[in-house]
Write a protein that binds this ligand. Sequence first.
Ligand code: PLP
Ligand code: CA
Length: 306
Amino acid sequence: ASTPKYLTGDTAAINEFIDRFDTFLFDCDGVLWSGDHLFEGIVETLDFLRSKGKKVVFVTNNSTKSRQDYQKKLTNLGIPSEVDEIFASAYSSAIYISRILKLPVGKNKVFVLGESGIESELATENVPFLGGTDPALRRDITQADFDALADGSALDPEVGCVLAGLDFHVNYLKLSTAYQYLARGATFLATNTDSTFPTSHSFFPGAGSISVPLINMTGQKPIALGKPSQAMMDAIEGKFQLDRARTCMVGDRLNTDIQFGIEGGLGGTLAVLSGVCKKEEWEAEDAPFRPAYYADKLSDLRAAKQ
Ligand code: PLP
Ligand code: CA
């Protein structure tokens, strides 16, 4: 791949960049904000792109929130948005299950490892589920649980799928239950495979680290729905009818966002240095992914002719 083009401070290059695309897919954390801190100039930059007729879509791997939750987050940070502009991995998982997986009647329930955002997206898609935030599973495992899981009496015979996202109450009972469903042939899905996620001060275990014990137990890999999975790109394309050649993915991680855009055959990818990745990562000779463009931060695009 060729050397990424640096856009910061280069007005001609920025204008050319913006003209090449009709749609911008924005990763959120690290691009628009960090934790709860909105980066300077983001609202103006998004307004500027919208005023030029560009479509913007917010694409996040955060599986704990529904699109409505995410819109609230955007609103609280001062970013105007519509629910329909938001594509989060909980939503992507729910539509994958309801529209692509199409579980047969009698095997159509989903056992969830995850938070309420996943539950509300499944409910919106009329997918029956159990597990999730159910308080009955937030306890230590007992001998009676071992027995009832082993003989199947604690299991719902209609479960045909296990969906693993970030679960802040993960425990041995939930993992054992998920394992028993998988051992009986349930389809294994993961909202996303991020090993960690960033907070303002440090990294913490991500959704990808919740599914690892299940991968270890079953020897099976889940179908993952978040970036860089192309299942997510196909779902985005289906929903927004976008022209991939005139779409640019903007992100702060090479092995999620930039890989997602490159493997999706998008017209371009832009890496910003306001989040996780440093430019040394793609300057390395064996770098697996290189963005087509990079900038110090997203608001550098405002230097373009208004
Ligand atoms: N997963 C969780 C739980 C998160 O909180 C975040 C970021 O806040 C992410 C994943 C990564 O999100 P994004 O794809 O927007 O960078
Ligand atoms: Ca990010």
